[in-house]
Design a protein around this ligand. Structure first.
Ligand code: ZN
Length: 109
């Protein structure tokens, strides 16, 4: 018995399993074309998910940043800390998402 990655959810499953125990995907009767198209779909889905996440991160970053400068908040106030936290978290989150996107693209080649 060997472990393979489910083509649909990418979890480790037995190659003898008839269906994936994680997502219920039918494993029998899958030919190469079908597998390739499922993998392609998953890559597109992952990429779109990451693109959405990077957009949210960018919004968080810009929101915190703009609030900080447009509202002229007093340093030390809770608004100031909230805005700083949003800016930093958004920036880190954005960087992580961009790296994951690059890695996802590299894997798909
Ligand atoms: Zn699965």
């Amino acid at each position: 018995m060997a472990l393979i990655n489910c083509p649909s959810c990418n979890q480790k499953i037995s190659d003898k399993a008839a269906t994936c125990s994680h997502c219920g995907m039918q494993m029998q009767g899958l030919d190469k074309d079908k597998l390739a198209s499922i993998e392609r779909e998953n890559r597109i889905k992952t990429k779109q998910k990451l693109m959405n996440q990077s957009l949210y991160a960018l919004l968080l970053f810009c929101g915190g940043f703009l609030f900080l400068f447009l509202q002229d908040v007093a340093p030390g106030s809770w608004q100031y800390f909230t805005a700083i936290t949003c800016t930093i978290l958004g920036f880190i989150f954005y960087l992580i998402t961009r790296v994951r996107l690059i890695l996802a693209k590299r894997k798909s080649k």
